[in-house]
Design a protein around this ligand. Sequence first.
Ligand code: AMP
Length: 130
Amino acid sequence: MEKNIFEKIRDGESPAEIIVKNEYITAFKDIAPNAPVHILVIPNKMIPSLSDIQEEDSIYISKIFLAIKQIAEQLKINESGYRVITNCGKHGGQEIPYLHFHLVGGLPLGTMISLPKSSKKIFKKQHDVE
Ligand code: AMP
């Protein structure tokens, strides 16, 4: 089966601005950043999404969060703060089926979730709110 884009970046077969690479994780700049700092961190093991994580993957998950902490320090956003996001599946808006964590920061990020109009309508209907 053909590798997806993040597998290719992990394997050095597609270009990316690599920030950190070690035995467990690869971190690289998002190609279409949404904030001054927008880094993606992936496990070096192919795991399609958060829903696919198994007990034996724990080491990858802890190494991802340690890397995020270190990158935030390196880029000097640890004091101002930042957000870590993983999109999972269709409703989560996941585009690339390879588990990844977005590290975003560098300016105030505002509210956590911004629903599209169509979803706002459905939510209001379901919950009877204005
Ligand atoms: P998601 O919607 O959570 O699956 O996010 C996928 C992210 O991957 C998006 O923010 C894209 O901008 C980013 N992306 C897609 N292709 C590349 C690439 N070749 N290099 C770096 N980031 C990419």
